[in-house]
Design a protein around this ligand. Structure first.
Ligand code: FPP
Length: 250
């Protein structure tokens, strides 16, 4: 079945008890490790295990899109050793997981400014995306060297190149150029680790997402924690600019 993707500002999307699209900032790996007197990178390694659990949990719950902020454009500012270890973890995860993703009908997408990653990682990403391109049960998007402002500017520049004579850009012109053009906008945004900010994640796409913040550190965020986030989501009244009375009339 082909589903239409709606823009939350141009149209009112269908909403259900289970979010179609969950986007997560996986924060708290460093503190999780520090609490155990372990190096920060041990927290990231544990974080990768939670990514695997979350993919499985989302698949079981009928969530169609899971988008994870794995590495921001600003994360290059971290100590070189930590950046290197994160890159190694991406490589290992890709090497280990893509065949299983294919077997479970999970599509992999990696979005961001990938030019700064080394060739081996880029080859693994291209291979993983190609291998799982036809999978549809769940689409897992890993945002890597991603920034929300980068995404919008990248889309604007690409649109401008394709339409040099058009004076004004409209919302529907930009939508196909954004890096998550294949997905509906996130219904539920989760940030673990206690901070309450967006940190230059999906600035455009989160316009009408429900925001959920938890103190749970990412390496402790399990399927039960996901269920608590979904339970909170179910209680929200998604008005998309309308009044509560209008919702009752439907
Ligand atoms: C934030 O915790 C986490 C990161 C910057 C990296 C997240 C990456 C992973 C969990 C690995 C993902 C891997 C794949 C394959 C998708 P932090 O280090 O900022 O924690 P802190 O706030 O406690 O210091």
């Amino acid at each position: 079945m082909i589903k239409r993707f709606f823009s939350s500002t141009a149209d009112i999307p269908e909403t259900g008890d289970v979010p179609r699209h969950v986007a997560i900032i996986m924060d708290g790996n460093g503190r999780w490790a520090k609490n155990r007197l372990m190096p920060r990178v041990a927290g990231h390694a544990q974080g990768v295990e939670r990514v695997r659990d979350m993919v499985e949990a989302c698949g079981k719950r009928g969530i169609e899109f899971l988008t994870l902020f794995a590495f921001s454009s600003e994360n290059w500012r971290r100590p070189q050793e930590e950046v290197n270890r994160l890159m190694e973890l991406f490589v290992m995860a890709l090497e280990r997981e893509v065949d299983k993703m294919l077997g479970n009908d999970v599509r992999l997408k990696v979005v961001g400014d990938l030019g700064r990653f080394d060739q081996r990682l880029r080859d693994l990403i291209a291979h993983g995306e190609a291998l799982t391109a036809d999978c549809r049960r769940l689409t897992v998007t890993v945002c890597a060297n991603y920034g929300g402002r980068w995404d919008i500017l990248n889309a604007m520049n690409a649109w401008r190149r394709d339409h040099p004579d058009q004076a004004e850009i409209r919302e529907e012109d930009l939508a196909p150029y954004l890096s998550l053009a294949y997905a509906p906008e996130p219904d539920l945004f989760i940030r673990t680790g206690g901070e309450q900010r967006i940190s230059n994640f999906l600035l455009w796409q989160l316009a009408y997402s429900e925001l959920y913040f938890t103190d749970t550190l990412w390496p402790d965020f399990d399927a039960q924690a996901l269920d608590r986030a979904i339970a909170s989501y179910r209680k929200r009244e998604r008005r998309f600019g309308r009044t509560s009375e209008q919702l009752l009339e439907r």
